[in-house]
Design a protein. Structure first.
Length: 134
């Protein structure tokens, strides 16, 4: 009986992850501007899965909710603030680039994010399926 419970639990996890994959693919089809609202749809789709939410939060997107924090972290001098802001234009969502500076988000960035999240979820689904076999 114990093995069946484990399988039922991982089946439920697999189904949950597959639902998120479908939702992310649907969201990707609607992305056209690279806005905070589009990002929040992605975030909300992932919010029930801690593993994928952790991955999403590691991708360094900056929404209006995070603005004050990132400004204070990068404003120890005027020069640092100038480099941090760089040539970005005013928007409701940004990303922190590989150098720790702000960059604007495009619709392609969010579509790529959906693809990355789907790839992560598919890997997790495969790992769950593999663990059922052991």
């Amino acid at each position: 009986g114990r093995r069946r419970c484990k399988n039922r639990f991982s089946r439920s996890l697999i189904n949950d992850k597959k639902k998120i994959i479908k939702e992310l693919n649907d969201i990707k089809e609607t992305i056209d501007c690279g806005t905070e609202d589009e990002y929040k749809k992605i975030y909300n789709a992932c919010s029930a899965d801690d593993d994928i939410l952790d991955y999403l939060e590691e991708q360094n997107y900056v929404t209006s909710d995070d603005e004050d924090m990132v400004i204070s972290e990068n404003s120890d001098s005027i020069d640092r603030l100038r480099y941090f802001i760089g040539d970005t234009y005013s928007a409701d969502i940004y990303r922190i680039d590989g150098y720790g500076n702000l960059e604007n988000v495009t619709s392609e960035d969010l579509k790529d994010l959906c693809d990355d999240l789907v790839a992560q979820l598919r890997t997790q689904v495969q790992e769950l399926k593999d663990s059922e076999l052991t």
